[in-house]
Every structure is written in structure tokens, then in C-alpha cells.
Design a protein around this ligand. Structure first.
Ligand SMILES: [Zn+2]
Length: 272
């Protein structure tokens, strides 16, 4: 297999790519890792491995190419919800994704922190997270991602992340839960990028993955609209500083396909 020129930094860099052939997508971008969906990201249907030959073939291809795989769980999952008809299918879907992620040899499954309705008691949501973790079999780490919006979100503001970690830390197996820091979500969610890495790490003790995305929206707007690095409202220096300080593998979840994502990875390599 041909290898792209390794980056001067030692941080593994990659992108969220199409799931049909993520190994080819990694090679096109010179990526060390890729993040994929397993099946339809908007549905409750179970995970599907669309790579030709299935899970075993994808695992083998990733290993031989030296590409690390991460799985992003479907968006409807909200294990904090007080609504049984959202929470229970979401937990099941999350478990199915953890199992499937292990079958493809993935390093982790990223899932959003979720949210409650405006009038719900946030304590219920954190307790629902505790119960979820208590019931999960995690053959690979579960990485909870901070989100941009919502007034009653479980992982938007630092205070909520602290309560979430208190709840999860009380459970056996809670140490298999890690943190995915999204720079667009942090900025749009109202967290100062100058201090967010230090503050998150003080709470969670870890940052396992960074989603490096610029934001089409202003600070604390609550909007979740990613854009290419340097093209949005995040200060370029702050964005690079977050990636450097976090010291974790990086995924760009930016628009524009191969060319634009390759440019985003080059943007990062220049600054790291
Ligand atoms: Zn993200």
C-alpha cells in the first residue's frame, strides 16, 4: 500500500468519510484515521457494514493500511431522554454500534451527549446516562461528544459535563467512557476555546478524540453548522491551540469532500 507523506506532527489526523470504502478515502486524504457511520445516521435501524466483504474485510483492510477507524453513532440516539420511546431504542442502538465497532476493530464509538426537554429536571438526564452506562457492554470505548445547542443539554456547558461525569464515574465500567471534544460545538455552545481543553480535562481526566471543525456561527449561538478550517468564526490560532493542547487523534467533519478535507488536514499540519 502506498503511504502519504507523514505529517511533521505526531498527532494522528483524519476525517469523517463515506462508509463504502473508508480505506480508499483515507488514502485520498493522506489520513491516519477515519470516522464513519455504520448504516443510516438518521435512523434507528441497526448498524450495517457497507464495506465490500463486511466487518472482517474492513478490519483487515484498515490494519494492513495502518488506518485507525472510529464509528460515529446515529444522531437520533438520546440516552438521557425522559421519553422511554426515545431512550430505550437509543440505548439498544448504541449497544449494537459498540458491538459492531468491535467487529471492525474500531478504536471507539462517538455519541452525542443528548438533551432533555426545556421543563425536564436535568438530574433525570444525568441519571439516565448512569443507567445507560451501567447496562452497556463496551468492547470498545464510548466517547461522549460535547454538543452545540439546547438549553437542557447533557454535554454543552462545562457545568453539565461535570454533572455527567459525576454520574458516569459512579458506575463500574465508567472508565471505558471517554470524551470527544468538538471545536465547533464548543465555540457555538459558549465555551471559551482558550481554556476549554484544560477545563474539560479537569472534569473528565481525558480527551480521547478531537473533532476539529470551524463554525459558521458566532460564539454561544447554539447552532451546529460546521465549516472548513479558517473559513468560520473560530479564531484560527485558538483552533490550532485546542488541537495541540488536547494531544488526541483528530477528525475533521468538514464539508467539501476529498479536496476540501485534504486542505483542512494540510491547514492543521501547517500549524501543529
Ligand atoms: Zn463532531
Amino acid at each position: 500500500m502506498s503511504q502519504a507523506t507523514p505529517p511533521p506532527s505526531s498527532l494522528p489526523l483524519g476525517a469523517h468519510v463515506d462508509q463504502e470504502d473508508p480505506i480508499a478515502q483515507a488514502a485520498q486524504r493522506g489520513a491516519d484515521l477515519v470516522q464513519i457511520f455504520l448504516g443510516d445516521p438518521q435512523s434507528y435501524k441497526g448498524p450495517v457494514v457497507r464495506f465490500e466483504g463486511g466487518a472482517d474485510a474492513l478490519k483487515a483492510a484498515a490494519e494492513s493500511a495502518g488506518v485507525a477507524l472510529y464509528v460515529h453513532a446515529p444522531y437520533p440516539i438520546n440516552v438521557a431522554s425522559t421519553n422511554n420511546r426515545i431512550r430505550i431504542p437509543g440505548r439498544k442502538l448504541l449497544q449494537q454500534h459498540l458491538t459492531a465497532a468491535a467487529q471492525i476493530g474500531a478504536k471507539g464509538v462517538v455519541v452525542h451527549g443528548g438533551h432533555l426537554g426545556k421543563t425536564d429536571d436535568a438530574a433525570k438526564g444525568f441519571d439516565n446516562w448512569r443507567k445507560c452506562i451501567d447496562g452497556l457492554d463496551m468492547p470498545v470505548p464510548l466517547l461522549i461528544e460535547n454538543t452545540a445547542g439546547g438549553d437542557n443539554a447533557m454535554a454543552r456547558r462545562l457545568e453539565a459535563i461535570a454533572r455527567l461525569w459525576d454520574a458516569i464515574g459512579a458506575v463500574a465500567g465508567g472508565d471505558t467512557v471517554g470524551f470527544c471534544l468538538d471545536t465547533c460545538h464548543a465555540h457555538a455552545g459558549g465555551n471559551d476555546l482558550g481554556t476549554v481543553v484544560e477545563k474539560v480535562r479537569a472534569i473528565t481526566g481525558r480527551i480521547d478524540l478531537v473533532h476539529a471543525n470551524d463554525s459558521r456561527d458566532t460564539f454561544d449561538s447554539g447552532a451546529d453548522r460546521h465549516t472548513n478550517l479558517g473559513a468560520g468564526h473560530i479564531d484560527p490560532g485558538d483552533l490550532a491551540d485546542v488541537v495541540r493542547a488536547a494531544g488526541a487523534p483528530v477528525v475533521v467533519e468538514t464539508p467539501g469532500g476529498e479536496q476540501a478535507q485534504a486542505a483542512d488536514l494540510a491547514w492543521l499540519r501547517e500549524r501543529l
